[in-house]
Design a protein around this ligand. Structure first.
Ligand code: IPM
Ligand code: MN
Length: 354
C-alpha cells in the first residue's frame, strides 16, 4: 500500500527516538512491499525558534493531508518561562484540536521481561492488559483561561457530543477485547463528571448491553491501578484525568519510555506519539528509549493503515529486543550495562528480520 506519513520529530529526545522509528518503518516497507512517503515538518519549540509559532501553517497543512502523523516530543526548558505567551505545548494541543483527534488510546501491558524495571512487586503485574481511552480535545485543556496577578481560571467544559463520541470509541474497542469498561470521573464533586457519568450509564446500557460497565472516582482509580491493575480492561476518562492516570499506569510496564499512543478522529486518521515528553535532561546523548515511538509507529500501521500483521511484527520485535537484554538505562537490568538509542533500533531491526 501507499501512504503519506507526516513526521514531526519536535524537541529534546524527539529527533533521536524518531530516527529509530523511521528506520523500523522503512524496514517494514521493504519486508512487506509497501511504499510510505515521509514528509517532515516543525512542531513545538523548534517551530517557535524558526517561525515564532509552535504550530506553523506548513505543519497544519501536512497534518490535514497526511494519512497519519508520527510525533516525537515537544517542549524544553528553553521555552518554559511561565510568563511566556507562546509555549511549545500549544503546538501539540493546536494540532490535536486541528486534527480533531478526540480519542487517545494508551495501551498498558506488562511483560515478564520488564517486571524488574517496575517499582511494583511482580505479583501485582501479572496479566495486566489495560487500554486507557483518554478524551483528548476537551476539558480544562481547551477551556477559557484567565489570569491576573492574583487569580487564575481554567474552565472545564464537556458537551454531550464530546462525551458520547469518546464513550462510543471505547465501547467499540471493548468489543475487540474483554468487554469491560471502567468509566473514571469525579462525579462526587464536578458537574462535568456528573454529566459524563449519566451519559455513560445511559449510552452503554442502550448501545453496548454486551459490555460490562463500572464507574470509579478518579482518586480511587489511581489507587486501584496499583492495587488491582489486572482487573481493568478498557478505562475511559476525560482529558486531564487520562493524562495523569497514564503516567501513573506507565510504571506498571516498567518505564514511561515504553508507552505508545494513538490519537484518533472520526475517520481514524491519526496522530501517533509516545506518551513520554522531550526529556531535556538526556536529550542529544543517544541514550533515550525509542520503544515508545517505535510502538507508536506500530499503532499507526494498525489504526490508520489497517496493517495488523505489520503492527504485530514490530511489537514482537520490540519485545524480543528487550528480552534479549538490549535495554536503555530506564529499563536496564541490575549489573548489566545500558545500551543506547541506536542499539535498540538495531536490535529491533534484527528481530524484525528486515
Ligand atoms: C501528554 C503530555 C501532554 C499532555 C503535554 C506535553 C501537553 O503530557 O501527551 O500526555 O498533557 O497532553
Ligand atoms: Mn502526559
Amino acid at each position: 500500500m501507499e501512504a503519506l506519513i507526516g513526521v514531526l520529530a519536535g524537541d529534546g529526545i524527539g529527533p533521536e527516538v524518531m530516527a529509530e522509528a523511521l528506520r523500523v518503518l522503512k524496514a517494514v516497507e521493504n519486508k512487506y512491499q509497501h511504499r510510505f512517503v515521509y514528509e517532515e515538518a516543525l512542531i513545538g519549540g523548534i517551530a517557535i525558534d524558526t517561525h515564532g509559532n509552535p504550530f506553523p501553517d506548513a505543519t497544519r497543512k501536512l497534518c490535514a493531508e497526511a494519512d497519519a502523523v508520527l510525533l516525537g516530543a515537544v517542549g524544553g526548558p528553553k521555552w518554559s518561562d511561565p510568563d511566556s505567551k507562546i509555549r511549545p505545548e500549544q503546538g501539540l494541543l493546536g494540532m490535536r484540536s486541528a486534527m480533531g483527534v478526540f480519542a487517545n488510546l494508551r495501551p498498558v501491558q506488562t511483560h515478564p521481561a520488564l517486571y524488574a524495571s517496575s517499582p511494583l512487586r511482580s505479583e501485582r503485574l501479572h496479566g495486566v492488559d489495560i487500554l486507557v481511552v483518554r478524551e483528548l480535545t476537551g476539558g480544562a485543556y481547551f477551556g477559557k483561561k484567565e489570569r491576573t496577578a492574583d487569580s487564575a481560571t481554567d474552565v472545564c467544559t464537556y458537551t454531550r457530543m464530546e462525551i458520547e463520541r469518546v464513550l462510543r470509541m471505547a465501547g467499540e474497542l471493548a468489543r475487540t477485547r474483554r468487554r469491560k469498561i471502567t468509566s473514571v470521573d469525579k462525579a462526587n464533586v464536578l458537574e462535568t463528571s456528573r454529566l459524563w457519568r449519566s451519559i455513560a450509564t445511559e449510552l452503554y446500557a442502550r448501545e453496548y448491553p454486551d459490555v460490562q460497565l463500572d464507574h470509579l472516582y478518579v482518586d480511587a482509580a489511581a489507587m486501584h491501578l496499583l492495587s488491582r491493575a489486572a482487573d481493568f480492561d478498557v478505562l475511559v476518562t476525560e482529558n486531564l484525568f487520562g493524562d495523569i492516570l497514564t503516567d501513573e499506569a506507565s510504571m506498571l510496564t516498567g518505564s514511561l519510555g515504553m508507552l505508545p499512543s494513538a490519537s484518533l478522529n472520526a475517520e481514524k486518521r491519526g496522530l501517533y506519539e509516545p506518551i513520554h515528553g522531550s526529556a531535556p535532561d538526556i536529550a542529544g546523548r543517544g541514550i533515550a528509549n525509542p520503544c515508545g515511538t517505535i510502538l507508536s509507529a506500530a499503532m499507526l500501521l494498525r489504526h490508520s493503515l489497517g496493517l495488523e500483521t505489520e503492527a504485530r511484527a514490530i511489537e514482537s520485535a520490540v519485545m524480543a529486543a528487550v528480552e534479549n537484554g538490549c535495554r536503555t538505562a530506564d529499563i536496564a537490568l541490575p549489573g548489566k550495562a545500558a545500551v543506547g538509542t541506536r542499539a535498540v533500533g538495531d536490535a529491533v531491526l534484527q528481530a524484525l528480520g528486515a
